[in-house]
Write a protein that binds this ligand. Structure first.
Ligand SMILES: Cc1cc2nc3c(=O)[nH]c(=O)nc-3n(C[C@H](O)[C@H](O)[C@H](O)COP(=O)(O)O)c2cc1C
Length: 202
């Protein structure tokens, strides 16, 4: 039997939207036969800033047990799915800081030919989701990674409407992760695991 695909899901989330999508990706990837590590990036904001937002503070405490991502998680993985809330149309500093710790692996050529994919959330529509994912994918080109997005690979559904990666509009906390976004996450996870398995077998 083929060795299972090793998948690292690495995410940053302040108020829990990205965490919810990450869990859906995790469950779908496990179901697709992957060995999965679900890890978060370190918080960079001071506790005083976190404390100004009850949703941020509660989520920070509730996810204290989630392990921090390390470069070893990326070295271990055949495939990596990266998740971030949009920050003024860009990747959060917390996820970017983690990406910047991968210089050593990059220099050794250890990121080459790994599969990468991304997911995002924003407060409002048309407010930077694709820009954030494209910005994230810029680094993957530097890695020599293989970007595997959901695409319109199930055109009869169009899922959440974003072929660049699962994307959710949280409505400033009023629109929790729903079945549309969960379906998009499942489709994305299944495609990443399927393509990574094919590359691994080759
Ligand atoms: C500094 C900052 C910048 C943000 N920039 C945007 C933005 O450009 N567009 C948008 O729709 N939401 C923006 N948001 C909102 C978050 O991206 C959004 O609420 C996200 O879904 C939160 O994800 P989380 O619950 O996983 O932390 C911003 C939030 C912060 C704190």
């Amino acid at each position: 039997m083929a060795t299972p695909v090793k998948l690292a899901i690495v995410y940053y989330s302040s108020t829990g939207t990205i965490t919810e999508i990450a869990k859906e990706l995790h469950d779908a990837a496990v179901k697709a036969g992957a060995e999965v590590r679900l890890v978060k990036t370190a918080e960079l904001a001071p506790q005083a800033a976190i404390d100004t937002n009850p949703a941020w503070s509660a989520h920070h405490a509730a996810t204290a047990h989630v392990p921090h991502a390390t470069p070893e998680d990326i070295e271990w993985a055949d495939a990596v799915i990266l998740g971030t809330p949009t920050r003024f149309g860009n990747v959060s500093a917390q996820l970017k800081q983690f990406i910047d710790t991968l210089g050593g692996l990059w220099a050794e050529g250890k990121l080459i030919d790994k599969v990468f994919s991304g997911f995002v959330s924003s407060a409002t529509s048309h407010a930077g989701q694709e820009a954030t994912l494209l910005s994230l994918y810029t680094s993957i080109h530097h890695f020599g990674g293989i970007t595997v997005t959901p695409g319109f690979t199930q055109p009869s559904k169009f899922i959440d409407g974003n072929p660049y990666g699962t994307s959710h509009v949280d409505g400033q906390g009023n629109n929790p992760v729903d079945e549309v976004t969960r379906t998009a996450a499942r489709v994305q996870a299944e495609r990443v695991v399927r393509v990574a398995a094919q590359l691994k077998a080759a």
